[in-house]
Ligand binder design. Structure first.
Ligand code: SF4
Length: 84
């Protein structure tokens, strides 16, 4: 699933609730967030849920990535993933 950012640029996660700078950092890290995966077992595989940088926080998503510095979600993933 691809989300439309504007008429010319596409990326693989919704930008709402994230600043332009946070979206830029997430895109640069190759972040992907596909809502269909939220029903998966998030304790397996390479989801943010299993990444050492993933934390709960008072952000627009309820979570925060300490590596990429943006509000991520448990079913997201990026190229900077490291096992908890
Ligand atoms: S570094 Fe880890 S927690 Fe942050 S976006 Fe990437 S996979 Fe998710």
């Amino acid at each position: 699933m691809r989300y439309v950012e504007d008429s010319e640029t596409y990326h693989d996660f919704p930008g709402e609730g994230r600043t332009a700078e946070e979206v830029k950092r997430a895109k640069s890290a190759g972040y992907v967030e596909i809502e269909d995966y939220s029903e998966s077992d998030l304790n397996k595989g390479y989801f943010c849920q299993t990444c050492e940088y993933f934390t709960k926080a008072k952000t627009s998503t309820g979570f925060w990535c300490n590596k990429v510095k943006f509000p991520d979600r448990p079913y997201g993933c990026c190229n900077k993933w490291d096992r908890k």
